[in-house]
Design a protein around this ligand. Structure first.
Ligand SMILES: NC(=O)CC[C@H](N)C(=O)O
Length: 359
């Protein structure tokens, strides 16, 4: 008989139904997304986390590789109310433990009350509560994964869209979602994807029109080399960033970041553009936020629910960043024009102010 245990920080142990076996540990977070489980599970930003789906049925439209954001599943383990056979088999084949028949309402309430927390998971024929507790015991805080970039980044530079005629983008891969690269190539850009620890010389060699810092897992302060790149390039080269990228840009330019209690993860996070007064719906996955933008950056968009910075613009430099995921996989697609704005900034065709288009 397959046993399945989830040990939460503080020692409380939940029992569920084992759907994919193994042991794991990570930071327990939840997403409210009701669609896009293929995209979430392959999003490198979930590295070292255990993902709880608050939507009760996950897997009802199958598993299709064309929806994947990277070449593997990144959460260390998955919790849900009900996982379909398709998803359970996929997770088993990826060696990612999965537990369902969990009361995810309780788990989400615990995370909302206590913040993202450590957890340990044990699923298998002969596992016990103690195995889950032993995993919990070894679980590190997210900020203690100091070289997490190495787990998710390319090892060597890769070029996409080599024959395109548009702007040259240097994308620093801190755990980039594939659809960010796709969104740029579709707009005729040539994208040089660099490892998270690329040097100034590596990047300068391709003479980029824009330095673009990707999304990625963990604490932005641990991406020291990407922070250095922004500091070195910003005076002469436009800079863009998504999610972790926004946080790295803020750290580089005199701002600061902080950990949120339980973050924003879902596909219906409302964002207000302060200049136009327009609200857009966004896809999000983050647990840190920009606390202070600093004197070189200005907050241009905020989250309607909690006022946290969602869009940032350079005061004197060409900089635009987003905390949400404008590449919008799985959607909603209100924010795709961010990529047009970034490439216009890169080509000098526009000032850096990015306002969602009026419909
Ligand atoms: N999706 C991301 O880039 C996440 C950024 C960062 N790891 C956070 O949790 O806030």
């Amino acid at each position: 008989m397959t046993e399945a245990y989830v040990a939460l920080e503080g020692g409380h142990v939940l029992e569920g139904r084992g759907r994919a076996s193994g042991t794991a540990r990570g930071e327990l977070v939840f997403t409210t997304a009701y669609t896009g489980y293929e995209e979430s599970l392959t999003d490198p930003s979930y590295e070292e986390q255990v993902l709880t789906f608050s939507y009760p049925l996950i897997g009802n439209y199958g598993v299709r590789e064309e929806r994947f954001e990277s070449d593997r599943v990144h959460p260390r383990a998955v919790l849900a109310k009900e996982l379909t056979e398709d998803v359970a088999e996929w997770l088993e084949s990826e060696d990612v433990p999965a537990v369902d028949h969990i009361d995810t309402r309780d788990v989400v309430t615990d995370i909302r009350d206590g913040g993202a927390m450590k957890c340990g998971i044990a699923v298998g024929e002969d596992v016990t509560e103690e195995d889950a507790l032993a995993e919990l015991e070894q679980c590190k805080a997210m900020s203690d994964h100091t070289d997490i970039g190495a787990q998710v980044s390319v090892d060597e530079p890769v070029v996409h869209g080599e024959d395109n005629d548009g702007e040259t983008v240097a994308l620093i891969d801190c755990g980039a979602k594939g659809s960010i690269v796709d969104s740029l190539i579709e707009r005729d850009a040539t994208v040089h994807v660099f490892p998270y620890n690329a040097t100034v010389d590596d990047v300068a060699a391709v003479e980029p029109d824009v330095l673009f810092i990707s999304n990625g897992p963990g604490d932005p302060v641990n991406f020291e080399q990407a922070i250095t790149l922004v500091e070195e390039f910003v005076e002469d080269t436009p800079v863009a960033g998504i999610c972790l990228g926004q946080q790295i840009v803020a750290e580089a330019l005199g701002g600061s970041t902080e950990k949120m209690d339980f973050g924003h993860r879902g596909v219906n996070q409302p964002v207000l553009d302060l200049e136009s007064g327009q609200v857009v719906m966004t896809t999000q996955n983050h647990g840190y936020t920009v606390a202070e933008p600093g004197e070189h950056l200005e907050v241009t968009q905020i989250n309607v629910n909690d006022d946290t910075p969602e869009g940032i613009d350079g005061v004197e430099y060409d900089v635009i960043t987003r905390q949400y995921h404008p590449e919008a996989n799985p959607g909603p697609e209100d924010t795709l024009d961010f990529f047009d704005d970034v490439l216009a900034m890169a080509s000098g065709r526009a000032d850096s102010r990015a306002v969602p288009a009026d419909d």
